[in-house]
Design a protein around this ligand. Structure first.
Ligand SMILES: Nc1nc2c([nH]c(=O)n2[C@H]2C[C@H](O)[C@@H](COP(=O)(O)OP(=O)(O)OP(=O)(O)O)O2)c(=O)[nH]1
Ligand SMILES: [Mg+2]
Length: 132
């Protein structure tokens, strides 16, 4: 029916095991909920390029190394997204919400205390399943 929106999503893991999350601005789709930073893949871009660009733009993280984690396709009432999710295994920079978003570093076991978009439950399961 409708086209699928390809979204590059980053699971940034710090050396202490905590993961970076950010709160989506209120005016956006799923506004107010927490997310793993990322955004839409633009035409002509690879998903890795998109993720590298989005993490720098949104949270000032410079990606050095990526590896694929999971792909989740989810139909919201408004749109269908493909969350192409990657682990950021090496990075530099201090995370900050460059678009005014709140950010937090959260232990894997505590991710369930935050409200994410519905599609993210499958990402959280994949994070828990990964050997660190
Ligand atoms: N980045 C991100 N998007 C998510 C997550 N979970 C989830 O359902 N989404 C959805 C919400 C949006 O519909 C879509 C991502 O779009 P976005 O708003 O981040 O895209 P973008 O950064 O390119 O934003 P814009 O330039 O279009 O404003 O994917 C998540 O964990 N991270
Ligand atoms: Mg985004």
């Amino acid at each position: 029916m409708s086209r699928v929106i390809h979204v590059a999503v980053g699971v940034v893991r710090r050396s202490d095991g905590k993961i970076l999350i950010a709160r989506r601005p209120d005016h956006l789709h799923m506004g107010g909920r927490w997310e793993f930073p990322g955004g839409k893949v633009e035409s002509g871009e690879s998903v890795q390029q998109a993720l590298t660009r989005e993490l720098l733009e949104e949270v000032a993280i410079e990606v050095d190394q990526l590896q694929p984690l999971v792909e989740i396709q989810h139909e919201y009432a408004e749109k269908t997204v493909l969350l192409d999710t990657w682990q950021v295994t090496a990075f530099s920079g201090e995370a900050q919400g460059r678009e005014g978003q709140e950010t937090a570093w959260v232990a894997v076991q505590e991710l369930n205390n935050y409200q994410f978009p519905d599609a993210n439950q499958a990402i959280i399961e994949a994070i828990k399943a990964v050997e660190v």
